[in-house]
Design a protein around this ligand. Structure first.
Ligand code: SAH
Length: 411
């Protein structure tokens, strides 16, 4: 308490900006949830600018955290540190970045097997707003909040030094930047010129990644472990990969000895890219089929033709952008899963996913259960899937968990 009071006096004396929370609203911060909402703040001093570090205090003057201020966002401040002794600056960020990199050694221990992974995952690595994905020797950086934006150049310098990666490409074009009052930014941050397509290795398979034009930072790294699991189940099966993007699951199905792989996506460039990735790994194109079509339409066609598969992957884009879209999204998940169940042979496997953070694991499981009732199909859950561990979730920040998946056997 003495230290806290001292800090409080220091803070109000110096130029250090502060925020004071309403009585009771400090609870989530003391439980180490890193978001401070605008409605929780009763007083702001020092006129903090976008991203500036503020000291957060409880109503009774206790120091809570150092946080990045974001004047435009409903999430008005995001916590960097709960330690009053920390100084939010180069040494602090060097330490946090070094620790994130160190933690990845457990997740991707052998770069000859997997050299592409998420190195920094925002709040889950104590660095709110900063996403860094490593694709071989190239880093792709995404800055999503006012706080990460203010320190972006510093982050780039620290990352270049810590990893030895020469190219850092920026993909700060996620929609959520708008909520922070920031425009999209993309381009080379360090080194370069970035080659358009970077070749990576994931669980021993090769993929080309378009870091400048691909989805997210170029590749769905979050599905790495699930693709490997699919490989284990693919032998001798007729596989349908819906929403195939650049063919992650298709190539893994072939690696696992699938009999035939049909890949569906509405995007022609994605399909071309996927075919390129199949060839890159030396698989014959003879047992691959490509369909540029809406997946709902394609599956309805399968049902009416009576076409059947032994394994179907459903990895759709986010159906629910927020909780408001839950009902509509639930119906879409139900419909698509029902159509897939109808298109599976008895004993067939459904790999079904939802990447909507707003849809919880229970909501998702309910949608799949409704699908089974209507198909109708008898089901057994073979595996429960989630995002790869380089996209970690901390117990205090469950919002980081967004990818849910089930492997369901259909009878
Ligand atoms: N499973 C992929 C990632 C899927 S991303 C992987 O492992 O890499 C979602 C994909 O769905 C995108 O490629 C997008 O082009 C495609 N898509 C979105 N809506 C679609 C629709 N209605 N029908 C078919 N494809 C669609």
């Amino acid at each position: 308490p003495v230290l806290c009071a001292k800090l409080f006096i220091m803070a109000s004396d110096s130029m250090q900006a502060t925020i004071v929370l309403k009585a009771g609203r400090e609870k989530s911060v003391t439980r180490r949830h890193p978001w401070i909402f605008s409605g929780a703040i009763i007083k702001t001093t020092g006129r903090p600018g976008p991203g500036e570090t503020v000291a957060a205090f409880s109503a009774d003057g206790k120091f809570l955290a150092w946080a990045a201020y974001s004047p435009e966002s409903q999430i008005r401040a995001r916590v960097w540190s709960y330690d009053p002794g920390d100084v939010i600056g180069p040494d602090f960020f060097k330490r946090e970045i070094a620790q994130s990199i160190e933690r990845r050694k457990l997740v991707a221990p052998d770069e000859s097997v997997t050299n592409a992974y998420r190195m920094i995952n925002s709040e889950s690595d104590n660095l709110p707003g900063l996403i860094v994905d490593k694709y071989g020797d190239t880093l792709v950086l995404q800055s999503l909040t006012a706080g990460s934006e203010l320190h972006k150049d510093l982050f780039a310098d620290i990352l270049a030094e810590a990893t030895g990666c020469r190219t850092i490409y920026e993909r700060s074009d996620a929609e959520t930047r708008g909520q922070e009052g920031m425009e999209p930014v993309t381009g080379i941050l360090r080194g370069g010129p970035a080659t358009e397509k970077v070749e990576i290795v994931e669980n021993g398979l090769k993929f080309l990644v378009d870091i400048a034009g691909g989805h997210k930072t170029g590749f769905y790294l979050d599905q790495r472990e699930n693709r490997r699991i699919l490989r284990e189940f693919a032998a001798g099966r007729d596989v349908l990969n819906c929403f195939c993007y650049t063919g992650g699951f298709s190539v893994n199905a072939l690696a696992g000895g699938a009999n035939r792989v049909v890949s569906v996506d509405s995007s022609e460039p994605a399909l071309e890219f996927a075919a390129e990735n199949v060839a890159l790994n030396g698989y014959e194109s003879g047992n691959c089929e490509w369909a540029r079509e809406d997946v709902f339409q394609y599956l309805r066609g399968c049902v009416s033709r009576g076409a059947k598969f032994d394994l179907i992957v459903l990895d759709p884009p986010k159906f629910a952008a927020s909780r408001e879209h839950l009902i509509k999204a639930g119906r879409a998940y139900k419909d698509i899963n029902m159509l897939a169940m109808k298109s599976l042979n008895p004993g067939g496997l459904l790999f079904t996913f939802s990447c909507s953070g707003a849809v919880g694991p229970e909501d998702f499981r309910k949608a799949v259960a409704w699908a089974a009732l209507d198909a109708p199909a008898e089901t057994r859950i073979i595996k429960i899937l989630t995002q790869a561990p380089d996209h970690p979730v901390t117990l205090n920040f469950p919002q980081a968990e967004y990818l849910k998946g089930l492997v369901v056997q259909i009878f």
